[in-house]
Ligand binder design. Structure first.
Ligand code: ATP
Length: 517
């Protein structure tokens, strides 16, 4: 773990050094849990958004997009339950004065039992070699069973406390399991309190009677309140979905781990409206579709797992998270929820407007049920970067840092490098670039040795570099170098476009996906 933390630190400084992510307002010492994306970060982020958007709206002819406003009528947040229930349980350590989420402290304790079990398994696997039967070991080893039983016991108690909203019991669990503050190392805890995560502001001047409004904590409500607008204007038939990408804001209690938990972040959400009674079938379908979307990136199938919710939100009848193995453990990147008819029903009640759909096949009206897929752009960004970051030892004792980004997501697709800064090579290089830049993000670089220039492109994950040398002027061929293998080959300039496109275009990635129609 210590080594992983080291890697994470390096990743954070890499992000700054190479223009991916900067702390916001840095010259004023930053602003807690707010970040800015730099010149390479914004390209990577846009590509992630494009991959998601196209997978939703191009591949599913019954999914369309919208872009709703961040400001919304305050009653929306009353109807959605956010005013009353969008809370996290917080607890303070009296010695360190640090604040924690009580549920997170307990989840970390649960993860410790898993770690202990994994260590036993690892030890035994080493000892028994090929003859090792992992499943049997997990089912019979006394230490594994003991830890599994302890975990199950804590888990049952924790889930009950959450479902009962029992804050005293959450605190009691922390006391009983002797959970200490990671900073002070003490167990000197305050009571557990609820804390609402919404940012509020005022709209209009006080003279007019200002309206208290909220910065949206999720994009989903913009979709719900536009459900009938889209359905009617697009003549949509159930089942159909509405997708949206946009900013969301949460006054997180503990904002740690870089862009994993931010106070201003971006979500990609899709609400899929279905007939009541068919929602669990669609929930399963979207679960599979979404995990496939992640795995198609080729970051490693073992890095993903589903985590079913212990506490279902007040609106849900099924919920799961897709977790990704971050440098600090498996963490939620996406949530998939079966939200029943809660939101539409509630908006109907609060607004007094009908939110029903007339189903011509069934010849009746009903409030549709909703499956939601909700993913954070920034968490996705972090997972892609974490899995792509590699430090490699090269022959001759050299090292390189390379971002093995999925080519379709890479900020720059092609580095264009004249071998020397003279003899007409820069001119030739720019000529090639002026042809290719309509399709690919290209970066021209003529400074320093070729080796150094390759390293700079490796560090931002550029899948290809071409060098233009004296022979190019004669034969119209260039040397193309592949990022991951570092292999080089000589190719005609006229073949470049097709060759690069095949590897970096979004279409190849999208073609790997199954469609949900
Ligand atoms: P967590 O339990 O980690 O606080 P959540 O379950 O509250 O997350 P959802 O409300 O399901 O999250 O939001 C959907 C997605 O939005 C999450 O899977 C995550 O990717 C992203 N997200 C939520 N909160 C944040 C945040 N503070 N910073 C960055 N991304 C976030």
């Amino acid at each position: 773990m210590a080594q992983q933390e080291e890697v994470f630190k390096k990743l954070v400084s890499h992000c700054k050094e190479y223009g991916f992510v900067f702390p916001s307002s840095e010259i004023y010492d930053g602003l807690g849990a707010v970040y800015d994306y730099g010149q390479n970060g914004v390209e990577l982020k846009n590509n992630i958004k494009r991959y998601w958007w196209d997978s939703m709206t191009l591949l599913n002819d019954n999914v369309v997009g919208i872009d709703s406003a961040i400001f919304m009528h305050p009653t929306i947040w009353k109807a959605s339950g956010h005013v009353d229930a969008f809370n996290d349980p917080l607890i303070d350590n009296k010695d360190s004065k640090k604040r924690y989420r009580a549920d997170v402290l307990i989840e970390e304790q649960l993860a410790k039992y898993d770690d202990k079990i994994d260590k036993e398994v690892e030890k035994a696997a080493k000892k028994f070699g090929d003859a090792f039967d992992e499943q049997k070991f997990r089912e019979t080893n006394p230490r594994v069973l003991e830890n599994a039983a302890k975990k199950a016991e804590l888990h049952t108690r924790f889930a009950k406390a959450l479902n009962d909203n029992n804050l005293d019991e959450l605190r009691q669990i922390i006391v009983d399991y002797e959970i200490v503050c990671p900073v002070s190392g003490t167990r000197n805890w305050t009571e557990v309190r609820q804390f609402n995560l919404m940012f509020a502001t005022e709209m209009g001047s006080t003279a007019d009677g200002a309206l208290k409004i909220y910065l949206r904590p999720e994009t989903a409500q913009g979709i719900f309140v536009n459900f009938l607008n889209v359905q009617k204007s697009g003549r949509m038939k159930i089942p159909f979905g509405i997708a949206q990408i946009g900013k969301a804001f949460r006054n997180e209690i503990v904002a740690r781990q870089f862009i994993f938990r931010m106070r201003e972040f971006e979500q990609m959400e899709m609400q899929f409206f279905v007939r009541p009674g068919e929602e669990l079938e669609w929930f399963e379908k979207w679960k599979q579709t979404r995990i496939q979307w992640h795995k198609a990136l080729g970051l490693g199938d073992k890095k993903y797992r589903f985590h079913d919710h212990d506490k279902l939100a007040h609106y849900a009848n099924a919920a799961t998270d897709i977790e990704f193995e971050m440098p600090f453990g498996f963490k939620e990147v996406e949530g998939i929820h079966s939200r029943t008819d809660f939101d539409l029903g509630s908006h109907e009640k609060y607004s007094g407007k009908k939110m029903q759909y007339f189903d011509p096949e069934l010849n009746k009206s009903y409030t549709p049920y909703v499956i939601e897929t909700s993913i954070g752009v920034d968490r996705m960004f972090l997972s892609v970067l974490a899995a792509s970051y590699h430090e490699e030892e090269l022959e001759g004792g050299d090292t390189r840092v390379v971002l093995q980004l999925p080519p379709a997501l890479a900020p720059v697709k092609l580095g264009i490098l004249p071998l020397v800064k003279k003899d007409g090579l820069p001119e030739k290089a720019l000529e090639v670039m002026n042809e290719l830049k309509f399709e690919f993000q290209c970066q021209y670089d003529e400074k320093d040795s070729i080796g150094k220039r390759y390293r700079r492109q490796d560090a931002i994950g550029t899948p290809f570099c071409i060098t233009i040398d004296h022979d190019t002027l004669e034969d119209d061929r260039v040397t193309i170098r592949h990022r991951d293998t570092m292999q080089q080959e000589r190719v005609p300039i006229v073949d470049l476009e097709a060759m690069i496109r095949k590897k970096v275009n979004m279409k190849s990635l999208l073609k790997e996906l199954k469609i949900n129609n």
